[in-house]
Design a protein around this ligand. Structure first.
Ligand code: OOG
Ligand code: MG
Length: 261
């Protein structure tokens, strides 16, 4: 690719995350950056973290809602990776010092019981390979100025992944109609947004199937034990110091965290 060093760009984005400094998006200088090369940068960024001793919890899907896909003018979601250092316990605290301009969204996470290998994986097959579902709050924190980016930018930046709160109560997926699960996102007791599981490409299991099919293009698969964020059910809401965030999901319970300085 002309003039863009994949490794140096991955290092630049990783540093922005570690130093909590927003940076100019890559496509300002390199408008030609393709989705394929953006995933190469992401892969390099993931290796940097693995070399640092960080462990992968699982992949995450992003831009799975009609609203976000339309906004970004894409037909396919994107993926990134959640690492162990990103986990905040349920009821725990997000320190504003650790992030740049965080937003929160409600999601359903899938805990995989079996490997899932594409191409051609269906939502029903993804559901059959799932051991449990749990409620989640994802904190996204684009490393780019003003949280603004193109599709290639956000892929290179590990899909804005920053922190995650997982619920402790695990539920068997077959006991719920996951597309009909309603969810609310409240801050300081006031509902800021709401949605249903169907907001995630019609059903959250479809998101896992799409992930398996996307990974198959690289000869990879969804693995047993992966904990997968399937994508925002609600919109993403900007966080401030002092916020108490609560998500309530039908049949999955309530989870939350606080935002401190
Ligand atoms: C990209 C990440 C989106 C989701 O659930 O849609 C995402 C972004 O909007 O910054 O995590
Ligand atoms: Mg998300």
């Amino acid at each position: 690719m002309s003039g863009l060093d994949i490794k140096a760009t991955a290092d630049f984005l990783n540093r922005a995350e570690l130093e909590k400094k927003e940076v100019t998006r890559i496509t300002i200088e390199h408008p030609e950056l393709s989705v394929k090369d953006a995933y190469k940068i992401q892969e390099e960024l993931v290796s940097l973290k693995l070399q640092n001793g960080d462990r992968i919890i699982g992949p995450k899907m992003g831009l799975t809602s009609q609203a976000k896909m339309k906004q970004m003018n894409v037909e396919e979601p994107i993926y990134g990776y959640v690492f162990d250092y990103m986990l905040i316990p349920d009821g725990g605290t997000l320190s504003m010092r650790d992030v740049i301009h965080p937003k929160v969204e409600v999601e359903i996470a899938f805990i995989m019981g079996k490997d899932l290998e594409g191409p051609g994986v269906t939502g029903a097959q993804a559901l059959a390979a799932t051991e449990y579902v749990i409620p989640a709050l994802e904190i996204i924190d684009s490393r780019y100025e003003n949280f603004q980016f193109t599709l290639s930018d956000v892929i290179a930046d590990n899909a804005s992944t920053s922190r995650v709160v997982f619920g402790n109560r695990m539920v068997k997926p077959e006991t719920l109609e996951l597309d009909l699960v309603g969810a609310t996102l409240s801050i300081n007791g006031e509902i800021k947004d709401l949605g249903a599981g169907a907001a995630v490409v019609g059903h959250p299991a479809n998101s896992v199937a799409m992930l398996a099919n996307m990974l198959a293009r690289k000869g990879q698969k969804v693995k047993a034990g992966d904990v997968i964020l399937t994508g925002g059910i609600t919109g993403a809401v900007l966080l401030s110091v002092g916020d108490t965030v609560t998500a309530k999901l039908d049949g999955l319970g309530e989870i939350g965290f606080k935002v401190a300085e």
